[in-house]
Design a protein around this ligand. Sequence first.
Ligand SMILES: [Zn+2]
Length: 284
Amino acid sequence: MPELPEVETIVNDLKKVLPGLKIRDVWTDLKKLPKNIKKEVVGRKILKVERRGKNILIHLDKSLTLLVHQKMTGHLLYGKWQKKNGAWQSAIPGPLRDPENRFIHLIFFLSNGWQLALCDMRKFAKVVILATEKIPEEFRNIGPDPFDKGLSFVEFKKIVRGKSGKIKIVLMDQSVIAGIGNIYSDEILWLAGVHPLKPAQKLKEEEIKNIYKAIKQILNKAIKARGSSYIDYRDAFGRKGNYQKMHYAYQQTGKKCKKKDNGIIKKIRIAGRSAHFCPTHQKL
Ligand SMILES: [Zn+2]
């Protein structure tokens, strides 16, 4: 699932191309989409694109916002597609023709002749249109963003200590802190030297401080690398990210720990998810 760095990469890409354009038409084969979506968005001008946790917000004029949560395999793409033998194909050669970009289920036709498309193999992505003023209500259960200036160490410590559960699960809980999922919780805990199964409430001040610092370090590094294309993630221009080449822990089972402490990365199951860690420097 795209996490904060992947969503941030797509949002930064879209910020460069979408503002100022108008939506001319909509095509979709997704049955769960709001029926009125075409009526609501056609003719609307795109004002601004932003990220909230793992959500993409495309603000339109007339105080409307298109909210996209890419979920498991979704990613927004900017390009040009044409229908061939009943399927949408990229009219532009290059990364948009990568097979991972072929699951086009929604297209917004834009005023400059380009298109904004949702590629989503498993079709779990959420797309809704709502009044911009309803955004705070929509996100009432979403915790602070790791890059929120208001999220001081003291505040973070309070949030973490207030949660029962293992630290890996707490970090992935979107109501605690927004944007972190399976990949980056592993990476953050590896860097912080904290075992994923440690109960959040029992963490020492030092450990919470290390996690707090590691969150920004890891996420910034991953944003710089344009996200992690472990499987299907691609950026808005259809290109792979690079962070998967730098993973410390995630999917590194059996490999030597990059802290050179003779540890071998191990994989365990935790609440139906996987966790990867180094038993040498991440002790319970
Ligand atoms: Zn290690």
